[in-house]
Design a protein around this ligand. Structure first.
Ligand code: UT7
Length: 330
């Protein structure tokens, strides 16, 4: 039943899934010319999880994370009115991943759609779901971020293969009239060339070496880095101004786990201590749209979040260029 006053949704359940196989920096140093010291210093990453081709797909990882989130929420899945899955690396174009998740968790009363917004996919899906909740169309939503990014990593390109990992995370949102929530999402498609991956399935395109390389993640790392350290603090500051809060009022800033130095730079710009910026990048690498819900799940398991009394800002950025920030309580 819809609440009498349509409201934004509180996170009432979180779950995540990480593949078992760990690839360390030393493992990578056997494949490309790199070393643990360089990767650690430049990115903060020590290891990442790599999907098992025998059993892990974006679909299977999304399903596992979603099942764990629904279990954590302790709800009847029939209450879920909306399932949104963010993925930029779906193993099937259709049926869409959200329909597979809907079937697997028995969310038989839910509508479904997928969101492809690259790394900020989870934040985009979260904000979209929140607007469905606020409109009164649904009362409970399941939002998932799932990525099998290493399928698109060129393990001959040391500037990208060190960064990415696989995994999935999910949240259940339930309308709560008392919840504080606001969000700002931005895009700059005119600046999108610096991060690109082309589809293999394009009729009329000859499978030349250049074309085959374009089917992997291609990135101008420095340009993406500069974009992130400039725009992420700006969108957070704009959001805080709009909600009449200051950075000091926020307990935790949950940022996309792309590079430790980007997170440190944002903390400095916002004049906040780094311990307000929890990180797991050391162990997961950049899992794109899965990074934020995986981190939220870890923080809930550690008892840091999940009691409903912490003010947080979530912010992500990536290909598009797309970026945004959410302010809420958890
Ligand atoms: O989800 C959003 C997606 N992407 C990002 O957030 C990425 C943002 N960018 C970054 O994180 C950083 O730009 C990188 C980690 C990708 C690269 O770090 P950087 O400090 O910008 O390095 P750079 O590209 O300026 O390269 C510096 C040097 C170069 O050598 P020379 O030309 O100075 O001799 C590179 O060839 O480091 C070299 N290099 C490496 N050396 C060892 C590049 N990759 C590696 C490597 N190991 N893996």
């Amino acid at each position: 039943m819809n609440p009498s006053v349509p409201s934004y949704g509180r996170v009432i359940g979180i779950g995540s899934y990480l593949p078992e196989h760990i690839m360390t920096n030393d493992d990578l140093a056997k494949i490309v010319e790199t070393n643990d010291e360089w990767i650690t210093e430049r990115t903060g990453i020590k290891e990442r999880r790599i999907s098992d081709p025998e059993k892990d797909t974006s679909e299977s990882m999304a399903i596992e994370a979603a099942k764990r989130a629904v279990k954590d929420a302790g709800i009847d899945p029939k209450e879920i009115g909306l399932v949104v899955v963010a993925s930029t690396t779906p193993n099937v174009l259709f049926p869409v991943l959200s329909a597979s998740v809907q079937a697997a968790v028995d969310a038989d009363n839910a509508m479904c759609f997928d969101v492809n917004a690259a790394c900020p996919g989870f934040v985009t899906a979260f904000v979209t779901a929140q607007n469905y909740l606020k409109s009164g169309a649904v009362d409970t939503a399941l939002v998932v971020g799932a990525e099998n990014l290493t399928n698109y990593v060129n393990f001959e390109d040391r500037s990208t293969c060190i960064l990415f990992g696989d995994g999935a995370g999910a949240c259940v949102l339930k309308a709560d009239p008392k919840l504080q929530y606001d969000a700002i999402m931005r895009a700059a498609g005119k600046r999108g060339e610096c991060l690109r991956c082309e589809s293999y399935m394009q009729k009329g395109r000859e499978k030349t070496d250049d074309f085959l390389k374009s089917n992997y993640i291609n990135m101008d790392g420095q340009t993406v880095f500069k974009f992130a350290v400039t725009e992420v603090p700006k969108v957070i500051e704009d959001l805080l101004a709009r909600t009449c809060t200051t950075a000091d009022d926020i307990d935790y800033f949950i940022l996309h786990q792309a590079n430790r130095r980007i997170i440190e730079s944002v903390a400095k710009r916002l004049k906040q201590p780094i311990d307000k910026f929890p990180m797991n990048i050391e162990k997961t690498g950049n899992t794109s749209s899965a990074s934020i819900p995986i981190l939220l799940d870890e923080l809930k398991k550690e008892g840091i979040l999940g009691q409903g009394n912490k003010k947080i800002v979530i912010s992500s950025f990536g290909a598009g260029l797309l970026w945004g920030a959410v302010q809420t309580e958890i």
